[in-house]
Design a protein. Sequence first.
Length: 408
Amino acid sequence: MLALYWYQWIIMTQRKHVLLIGAKDHTTARINQLGQDYSLIQLEYLATDRQQASASHYVELPITQAEMVQPDIIQKVMALAIEIHRKRPIDAVVTFLEFTQEVTHEIAQILSIPSNIGGTALALTRCKLAMRAAIAKAGISTVLYSEISSLEQLYEFCQKQSLPIILKPSRGAASAGVCLIETEDQIADAYDHAAQYSSDPLIAETYIDSQNEISVETISRSGEHQIVAITQKQVQGPPFFVEEGHCQPANLPIQLSDEIYALVLRLLTLIEHQTGPAHTEIKIWNGRPYIIESQIRIGGDQIWELTEITTGISQIKETIIHLLSLPSAPPTTRSPAAAIRFIMPDTHNLRRPQVVGISEPSIIRISLEPDSQWKAASRATHSGQRLGYIMAKGETVEQVNSVINNVI
């Protein structure tokens, strides 16, 4: 306790100024916990009163995440950042979202301030085609792939590469547009499905037929990388592969874990990731790990929170601490295991869980979508169609899953 008070006294005497480009409440809360000031250029759909009340400067933009990558919007946000910097110098600019990374990098460049978004890492992780090319050039085991800009190109790839294959947007996120092609008569429908989520080229690649999927959560500090956690992922089957749940820690043999560690550390160095979190998705096939993709952000689906619960390490706080040269934060308490389970609209005998009266201490949170969404439920084709989630912690993954099963 004394160490915590001492840490708080130190940071309160050297308050610095962070610019956030888009943020959720959990990000602003952790900056507040560090005793630092922040300004926020916020997307309207993410805005909350809490953020506005605690921000030094606050600007809200009525735009979508997809619009954040448009050149005119980037210029507008950069102008806002320059104005905020003129009023009070910014010590670092950060984002932990995906669609705000381009503008965050541009702001860091023009203001010559530290950021968690670097140019090379940004270019490679935001484009799955560029990432596949870089991995292949480095000699890292990868799958066959091809850029797809037309239905004809997709037919050609399917003729050269035996089915099944995966088709997805090259700049997609949250499982949107991902589909499996197993037979020739599925090709046209799959192309239409994937193309509706992106105006950029698609990517087709060999399907790794394995249900053993993990993600690796890391934090980097000036090019020094730390493996924080490995998450076991539960993914719905084909054709859309929507994620159904996650748990930590993943149950892997020591030799395989070591191989995964080495692979991810090599990848982060390859893409020149310098500072901040990364979330790398991997499939295990025939006993070997294969990189699916990597993003320079915290893991979505509350994976960042599972990581905090099981390791005591906040990737958000650690990023801010490093960028601002703050003293290291004291460790927080942790739980040996944690899991999240999503409620899928196509679950057999779907019913809305009764939240009232549940007093199980292992339950961290139950979050449910409104009744109207439950009544309109049909099969989920992307993660935004899930109906809620249950998160719990405990001594073992088996115990945590048992608690969740009793609620569902």
